[in-house]
Design a binder for this molecule. Structure first.
Ligand SMILES: C[S@@+](CC[C@H](N)C(=O)[O-])C[C@H]1O[C@@H](n2cnc3c(N)ncnc32)[C@H](O)[C@@H]1O
Length: 190
């Protein structure tokens, strides 16, 4: 009886440890795991006007809330980069079992090592520190006309072209985003 209890207890600890790993381990790289809510995904793709001509980079693709909607719903070509291997496996399974696989590239790696130059749209649901780290990379690599859609956390110091408060989505256009709104920033003085 006592042994049975110990086995169940060990199993419970194992399950809790697995959940904690799945959700929190990637924190050290820039964000834990939480899928972007559907209404926020819709707002990100709508505000960024994602269409068949776009190349979308989803930074931290998770299990694909943004990746598959952008490719299958909007007709875009999509690159999803994900650091956590179990989520990458889920992404690969989802790609293999649905349409538009040829438009979806999945990469196992660190989003901070990506070259953003080919992207016309960048999507992110990351933590504030990661957004701050991304800013100089965006500023040196984004092409003119590129859009950045971020759920929950802004790009610090940038001016959004639009903000959807219901979905908590910021939309930026590069290079306009680095200009402070009229009358607010040093660039507007003198
Ligand atoms: C909040 S989740 C968002 C997931 C996905 N974009 C979605 O909409 O469902 C953040 C994801 O970013 C991944 N991530 C965090 N830091 C990363 C890094 N440096 N490189 C690649 N992926 C990263 C995490 O593993 C996690 O899956």
């Amino acid at each position: 009886m006592a042994l049975e209890f110990e086995l169940w207890y060990a199993l419970l600890l194992l399950v809790l440890a697995a959940i904690a790993y799945f959700v929190f381990a990637s924190f050290v790289f820039g964000a834990g795991y939480q899928p972007t809510p559907r209404h926020a995904v819709r707002a990100m793709l709508r505000l960024a006007a994602v269409g068949p001509g776009d190349v979308v980079y989803d930074l931290g693709a998770g299990t694909g809330a943004i990746v598959f909607r952008a490719a299958r719903g909007c007709g875009a070509r999509v690159l999803g980069v994900e650091v956590e291997p179990i989520r990458l496996l889920v992404l690969r399974l989802r790609r293999a079992t649905g349409p538009a696989a040829e438009r979806i590239e999945l990469r196992w790696g660190n989003l901070f090592h990506l070259d953003f130059r080919p992207a016309t749209v960048v999507t992110a649901f990351l933590w504030p520190g990661a957004m701050a780290r991304l800013r100089p990379k965006f500023e040196s690599e984004l092409r003119d006309g590129a859009r950045v859609a971020s759920h929950c956390h802004p790009v610090p110091g940038w001016s959004p072209a639009a903000y959807d408060p219901a979905a908590d989505v910021y939309l930026y256009r590069w290079p306009e985003a680095r200009r402070a709104p009229a009358g607010e920033g040093p660039r507007d003085k003198g």
